[in-house]
Design a protein around this ligand. Structure first.
Ligand code: ATP
Ligand code: MG
Length: 584
C-alpha cells in the first residue's frame, strides 16, 4: 500500500503545504466529529439525573454548533486542498504525455494505436488523479476517524463493550474488499464491451455509404444487436454484485448494533455505563462504518492507480529511434540533396522496401518520381524526412548528413503534402497558416491563390473563416488537397515534397498549380510524385521506381526516347485523354 504512494513522492513534495494542511484538517475534523456523540450522551445523562440546567444545555448545544461550523470550514478547506492538487497532477502528467507524443517518431505511432494512446491520456490519468486525491483522503480519514472513534469507544465509554461490538467488523472489510474487486473487474468487462459497441457504431456510421452500397445493412444490424446484448449482459453481472454488496454491509452493521445493544443494555442495567454513554456508543458504531468500507475502496483505488502509473511510466520510457547527434547543425537546410540508399527495410518487415536507390538533386531543381503503386515512392520521402533512420546508405543536404542536422532545422527546412492529407478542425485560414501562425490575411490568400483554391474558399459561406473537419463544411477531395498544398507553401520550405497531392484535381487545375509552383519556387527544391505523367513531365529530372528500385531516369524527352515503362505509360495516358476529349 505504501509502495503505491511512493510513486507520488515527487508530487507530495511539490505540494507539501496543501497536503499538510489537508491532512491536518482531516485529523481535526475527526476529533471534532467524535466530540458530538459524547456531548449528546452527557446531555442525556443530565436529563435523566435531572441535573441539567438551561445554562449547561445552552453551553453544550453552542459547543455542538461551533464544532459543526468548524467542521464545515475544515471540510471545505481540505476538499479545496486535496482535489485542487489532484487536478494539478493530472494536468502535469497530461502535459508530459502530450509533449512526449509530439516528440515520438513514426515507429512509435505504428506500434501504439490511437485508441490505446487515448486510453492512457484519459483513463490512466484519471486513475492516477484518483489516488492523489481520494487515495490520500481515504487513507488519512480511515486512520484518523477510525482510530479516534475506536479510541473514544475504548477509553471514554467501555473497553469491554468495544471489543464485543467490533467483532463482526473485520468481516465488513473482507466482504467490501472482495466484492469491490469483483465489481471492478466485471465493470471493466462491461466497459470493454461498451467501447467495442461504440467502435461498431462509429465504424458503421462512417462507412454507411459503403455498407449500403454492398447491401450489408441487415448483417451489420444483427451483429450490432449481438453487441448490445453483450453490453446488457455484462452490465447485469455488475449490478448483481452491487445489489449483493449493500445488504451484506447492512447485515454486518446490524449484527454490530445488536451486540452493542445487548451487551451495552446489560452494562447499563448493572450500572457499568450510563444511558448517555450507550447512545454515544451507538453513534460511534455508525461512524466506524465509513472508514471500514473505505479501506476496501482504498485498496482497489491504489491498485488501479498503481497499475495506471506503471503503464504511463512504461509509455514515457519509450525512446524514439530518431534522436539528435551530440552537437547537431542548427543552420537552415540548403544545398543539393544526395540520396544514396543501398537498402532500407521497415522495422519488422521481412523484405527490404528500397534497394540501391540513389539520385542527386541540385538545389532549386525539380525532381519527378513516378512508378507503380507500392513501388516505394512514399517510402523514399519518409527517409528524406528522417522518419526512419535504420538504413544502409547516406542522405545529405549540402554535404551534411541529415542525421547531423538538428531535428528542428530539418523539419523547418522541409514540408510535405502527404498522400493522405489531414486538415485540423478549425478555420481554413488557421489551417493554411498552421506552420506559420503570424501570416497576415494577404499572405494566406497569396498561398491559397498559388494552390488555386482561393476562389473555392471565397465561395464558402464564411470564406476563410469557414470551419473544416467534423463540425465544419465538407470539402471535396481536391479542395482538401489544395488547402494542404497552400499550408505547405506557407512554411516557405527549402525543399517541398508533393506526394501524389494532385490526384484529386482535374488536369487543367493541376497545370495551373504546377505553373504557379514553378514561379514561386524558382530557387527552391521541389519533389513531386504522381500517377499522372503530366504532373511531373516538366521536372528537371524524373526517376521511375519499381519494386524499390530506380529502373529508369532522365528528362521527359530522354525517358520517351528510352521507350520503357515511362514512355508506355505516357502514351496510354495521352490516348485516354484523347478519348476523354472525344467523349465530351
Ligand atoms: P502508392 O503509389 O500507392 O502511394 P508508393 O510507391 O508510395 O505507393 P510505398 O508507400 O512507399 O509505395 O510502399 C512501398 C512498400 O512498402 C509497399 O509494399 C508497402 O506495403 C510497404 N510499406 C509501406 N509502409 C510500410 C510500413 N510502415 N511498414 C512496413 N511496410 C510498409
Ligand atoms: Mg505513396
Amino acid at each position: 500500500m505504501i509502495n503505491s504512494f511512493k510513486k507520488y513522492t515527487w508530487f507530495f513534495k511539490l505540494r507539501w503545504k496543501s497536503y499538510t494542511f489537508g491532512v491536518l484538517a482531516l485529523i481535526i475534523c475527526a476529533i471534532l466529529q467524535v466530540l458530538n456523540p459524547k456531548i449528546i450522551g452527557t446531555i442525556i445523562d443530565g436529563f435523566i439525573a435531572g441535573t441539567l440546567t438551561w445554562q449547561t444545555l445552552l453551553f453544550w448545544t453552542a459547543l455542538i454548533l461551533i464544532s459543526s461550523l468548524a467542521m464545515y470550514a475544515l471540510r471545505y478547506g481540505w476538499r479545496m486542498a486535496l482535489f485542487g492538487n489532484s487536478t494539478l497532477i493530472e494536468s502535469i502528467l497530461r502535459n508530459r504525455l502530450f509533449s512526449f507524443f509530439t516528440r515520438m517518431d513514426s515507429e512509435f505511432f505504428q506500434k501504439y494505436r490511437t485508441g490505446d494512446l487515448m486510453a492512457h491520456a484519459t483513463n490512466d490519468l484519471a486513475a492516477i488523479r484518483f489516488v492523489a486525491a481520494d487515495g490520500v483522503l481515504t487513507l488519512t480519514d480511515a486512520i484518523s476517524l477510525g482510530g479516534i472513534t475506536l479510541f473514544s469507544m475504548f477509553f471514554f465509554i467501555d473497553w469491554k463493550l468495544t471489543l464485543f461490538a467490533i467483532l463482526p467488523l473485520p468481516i465488513l472489510i473482507i466482504v467490501s474488499t472482495y466484492l469491490g474487486k469483483q465489481i471492478h473487474s466485471r465493470y471493466r468487462g462491461a466497459l470493454k464491451s461498451f467501447s467495442s459497441m461504440n467502435d461498431h457504431v462509429q465504424e458503421s456510421v462512417t462507412g454507411m455509404k459503403v455498407l449500403k452500397t454492398l447491401g450489408e445493412e441487415k448483417e451489420d444490424l444483427s451483429a450490432f444487436k449481438k453487441n448490445t446484448q453483450k453490453v446488457v449482459a455484462e452490465n447485469q453481472r455488475v449490478y448483481k454484485l452491487k445489489a449483493a454488496l449493500n445488504p451484506s454491509i447492512e447485515i454486518i452493521m446490524g449484527a454490530t448494533y445488536v451486540i452493542a445493544l445487548l451487551v451495552g443494555g446489560n452494562y447499563v442495567q448493572i450500572g457499568r455505563i450510563s444511558i448517555g454513554d450507550l447512545v454515544a456508543f451507538i453513534s460511534y458504531i455508525g461512524m466506524m462504518q465509513w472508514p471500514l468500507l473505505a479501506v476496501g475502496g482504498l485498496i482497489n483505488t491504489l491498485e488501479r492507480g498503481s497499475a495506471a502509473y506503471d503503464r504511463v511510466e512504461a509509455l514515457l520510457a519509450y525512446t524514439p529511434a530518431i534522436v539528435e547527434v551530440e552537437s547537431p547543425y542548427h543552420q537552415a537546410l540548403n544545398g543539393d540533396i544526395t540520396f544514396d540508399i543501398q537498402s532500407f527495410t521497415y522495422p519488422g518487415a521481412a523484405q527490404p522496401t528500397l534497394t540501391d536507390v540513389s539520385f542527386h538533386l541540385e538545389e532549386g531543381k525539380m525532381l519527378g518520381v513516378v512508378g507503380r503503386t507500392g513501388s516505394g515512392k512514399s517510402t523514399l520521402y519518409k527517409l528524406l524526412l528522417r522518419d526512419y533512420d535504420q538504413y544502409e546508405g547516406r542522405i545529405s543536404y549540402g554535404d551534411i548528413d541529415i542525421k547531423e542536422y538538428a531535428l528542428q532545422s530539418l523539419k523547418e527546412g522541409m514540408a510535405i503534402v502527404p498522400q493522405e492529407n489531414f486538415l485540423f478542425s478549425t478555420t481554413i485560414r488557421e489551417n493554411i497558416r498552421f506552420g506559420n501562425p503570424q501570416l497576415s490575411q494577404e499572405e494566406v490568400e497569396k498561398y491559397a491563390k498559388l494552390a488555386n483554391v482561393h476562389e473555392d474558399i471565397l465561395s464558402f459561406p464564411e470564406g476563410y473563416d469557414t470551419e473544416v473537419g467534423e463540425r465544419g463544411v465538407s470539402l471535396s477531395g481536391g479542395q482538401k488537397q489544395r488547402i494542404a498544398i497552400a499550408r505547405a507553401l506557407a512554411v516557405g520550405p527549402e525543399c517541398l515534397i508533393l506526394d501524389d497531392s494532385l490526384s484529386a484535381v482535374d488536369a487543367q487545375t493541376e497545370e495551373a498549380i504546377l505553373e504557379s509552383l514553378k514561379q514561386e519556387r524558382r530557387h527552391k527544391t521541389t519533389i513531386i510524385s504522381a500517377h499522372r505523367i503530366s504532373s511531373i513531365m516538366h521536372a528537371d529530372e524524373i526517376i521511375v521506381m519499381e519494386k524499390g528500385n530506380i529502373v529508369e531516369r532522365g528528362t521527359h524527352q530522354q525517358l520517351i526516347a528510352m521507350n520503357g515503362w515511362y514512355a508506355d505509360m505516357y502514351q496510354k495516358q495521352q490516348l485516354e485523354k484523347k478519348l476523354d476529349g472525344e467523349a465530351v
